[in-house]
Design a protein around this ligand. Structure first.
Ligand code: ATP
Ligand code: MG
Length: 221
């Protein structure tokens, strides 16, 4: 009887692209690219592993419920997921890929520090409501959080918010929209996440891949 291949959940784009070298370090090649093939289930040249392509914020859900044995997700996504599902995922390795920073950004002319000192109530647009809520609570700043699902940079430009909490890497996108970074909340990279039952039942098959990922990512740190 053929055993089912292990399933790795990835999002397309930077996480898929930056995972390819880790898979190569484990001796696994991926013949197709999700951008061009449009397939949501991608075979690998190891008969024992297949890749499923899901939204970045859905990766923890697929792994938590066991539809994928393991996956790769940003700490930004994991932090928001944990608010609903505390402790459900084993997160053994920081892979040091897809590195960026979670920041507060505001329009060039907005006196953010002044508003904070005066105790003004701020309207903050973000996809990262848990991280934002905890950040401003720790500073003692009162905020109204406005949940968005993308294009956060637009919100201050059209009067929806005073500032945003978003991911920044080069800063090109916020600069192009006349925003400036006013505060860093935390450094972000992606972690390997593993389904708890899969680790118990498939540990012997998973472990060589996890070890190869760990060695390869240590070299990227
Ligand atoms: P979706 O496109 O499904 O709305 P997304 O925009 O979060 O989700 P990606 O842009 O592929 O999807 O981001 C995936 C992960 O990569 C994020 O969760 C974050 O950890 C990291 N990331 C996001 N933006 C950057 C960036 N500019 N530079 C480096 N890493 C980033
Ligand atoms: Mg994005």
């Amino acid at each position: 009887m053929a055993i089912a291949p292990l399933t790795l959940a990835l999002s397309k784009g930077r996480i898929f692209d930056e995972t390819l070298p880790l898979l190569a370090a484990a001796g696994i090649g991926v013949p197709e690219n999700p951008e061009s093939s449009r397939k949501l289930i991608l075979p690998t040249d190891s008969g024992d592993l297949r890749i499923i392509i899901v939204r970045a914020s859905d990766v923890p859900t697929y792994v938590q419920y066991g539809a994928a044995d393991f996956g790769i997700a940003g700490k930004d996504v994991l932090y928001e997921h944990e608010a609903q599902h505390p402790g459900g995922l084993y997160q053994p390795i920081d892979l040091n890929i897809a590195r960026c920073r979670l920041c507060v950004a505001a329009p060039e002319g907005f006196d953010y520090q002044g508003a904070v000192h005066q105790g003004s109530r701020l309207r903050i647009a973000t996809k990262y409501t848990r991280a934002a809520r905890e950040h401003f609570a720790a500073k003692g700043v009162h905020v109204d959080l406005i949940k968005l699902y993308g294009s956060m940079e637009l919100a201050p430009l059209v009067g929806l918010a005073d500032a945003i909490v978003d991911l920044i890497s080069s800063g090109g996108t916020i600069r192009a929209n006349h925003l400036v970074e006013v505060e860093e909340i935390r450094q972000i990279s992606s972690r390997l996440i593993v389904n708890q039952a899969a680790l118990k039942m498939q540990g012997a098959r998973l472990q060589p891949i996890l070890d190869a990922f760990e060695r390869a990512s240590a070299q990227m740190a």
